[in-house]
Design a protein around this ligand. Structure first.
Ligand code: FAD
Ligand code: DHB
Length: 391
């Protein structure tokens, strides 16, 4: 088999890249180890930046997002038992975020690729990259037990934080930057009406809590926990008790409880590999960088990477120019590091670091007080949260 761009991973990065290349007349093949049902059912991100939404709409896969997504013009920061609104749109010339689940983005992209007869191989196994130093790198994999080889002009490593692409790059080529945080999030999906029209990020002496949403009937809530927490230590009653305590206000607000449909613990991690390229292999999304979830940036960075990569590959196929491909890593990394900084800052401001002294906690409260009372500080948060300009 042969294609122009072999794409490993059918997450947001791989699928959107395949779609954007198709719109420019470039062939690709997507290989995914999981089943279609699994990738379309895994609960992950929910916050789409304005630029992500614009790109999905412009590229023709934003119809359902426009109908079913919920546009938010502000978020609440809650501390000291009081809520403070950050008016995102007012501070950023009308930009906003849209709540639309990642697995719905995946469904829309899979649908668009299959409708255009774009090849996606689900449930492949034993994926390996070979001949990476040649002008025709290859991907070997098994499909239904049969060994196959896909010869490519380029390979896009879009296989997430645990994939094979980054690991296929020879030792010493990449510089890793890493920070493991002593923090985890326990995320739940709840069948209940919305408790708030906008997201609530709360800092409490007992730890961080976040109120998000998926639809008028399904809500998404998170609370800070130990990164190695055993989910069995969190029966439903304990989760609700903790959420009520951390989100308590003296302003007459009610947290609506409901049946818990899904529970997950996510450990927090910051990671960047530089450069995001080796020869004809380009890394995109979580394969190249991981951010802690507090800034809601992971999915949006994956989208920003493949926007740049699709443009650079289109330039190459149209004119033979390699300049944009050579600049890919540098262009992406500028955004990646700014998103790392923002995610780290939000994480540091909003979590309880119990092992540290009370001074740090007071600094966090002072920071929240400043961000919610200074227009300049609130604007800085808002422009990062809705997404920095492209480029
Ligand atoms: P992935 O989505 O991880 O996709 C990689 C794909 O590659 C997977 O389907 C995987 O099965 C496949 N794969 C792996 N190995 C192989 C292999 N060897 N061969 C073939 N295929 C392979 N981000 C936000 O922007 N906003 C949020 O609100 C947000 N909230 C989050 C909440 C949680 C609980 C979590 C866990 C993450 C959250 N994120 C958020 C991060 C976001 O989900 C990720 O950054 C995003 O999924 C990255 O997309 P990707 O395509 O790079 O990687
Ligand atoms: C969600 C996830 C995030 O990481 C975040 O910062 C806000 C919302 C969510 O899943 O809805």
């Amino acid at each position: 088999m042969r294609t122009q761009v072999g794409i490993v991973g059918a997450g947001p990065a791989g699928l959107l890249l395949s779609h954007l290349l198709h719109l420019r007349g470039i062939d690709s093949v997507v290989l995914e180890i999981r089943s279609r049902k699994e990738i379309e059912g895994t609960i992950r991100a929910g916050v789409l930046e304005q630029g992500t939404v614009d790109l999905l709409i412009e590229s023709g896969v934003g119809g359902r997002l426009q109908r079913e997504g919920s546009v938010h013009h502000g978020i609440e920061l809650r501390f000291g038992g009081r809520g403070h609104r950050i008016p995102l749109s007012e501070l950023t010339g009308g930009r906003a975020i849209t709540l639309y689940p990642q697995h719905e983005v995946i469904k829309d992209l899979v649908g668009a690729r299959l409708e255009a007869n774009g090849p996606i191989f689900f449930e492949v196994a034993d994926v390996g990259l070979v001949d990476l130093t040649s002008s025709t790198p290859k991907i070997r994999f098994r499909k239904d037990g049969e060994l196959k080889e896909l010869a490519c002009d380029f390979i896009a490593g879009c296989d997430g934080g645990q994939g094979v692409c980054r690991a296929s790059i020879p030792e010493g080529v990449l510089t890793p930057f890493e920070r493991v945080h002593p923090l985890g999030w326990l995320g739940i999906l709840v069948q209940a009406p919305r408790s708030s029209e906008e997201l609530i990020y709360a800092l409490h002496d007992r730890g961080f809590a976040l109120v998000s949403t998926r639809s008028p009937e399904i809500q998404r809530l998170y609370l800070q926990c130990d990164p190695n927490e055993d989910i069995d230590n969190w029966p439903d009653g304990r989760i609700w008790e903790e959420l009520h305590a951390r989100l308590a206000t003296d302003e007459g607000w009610t947290l609506h409880e409901g049946a818990i449909l899904d529970k997950v613990v996510v450990a927090m991690h910051s990671f960047v590999a530089e450069p995001m390229r080796y020869k004809r292999l380009f890394l995109a999304g979580d394969a190249a960088h991981i951010v802690p979830p507090t800034g809601a940036k992971g999915l949006n960075l994956a989208v920003a990477d493949v926007r740049v990569l699709a443009g650079a590959l289109a330039d190459f196929y149209a004119s033979g120019r390699t300049g944009p491909l050579d600049e890919y890593s540098e262009i992406c990394l500028r955004r990646v590091w700014k998103a790392q900084r923002f995610s780290w800052w939000m994480t540091s401001m909003l979590h309880r670091f119990h092992e540290e002294d009370r001074f740090r906690y007071q600094m966090q409260i002072a920071e929240l007080d400043y961000v919610t009372s200074s227009r300049a500080a609130a604007t800085s948060l808002a422009e990062n949260y809705v997404g920095l300009p492209i480029g």
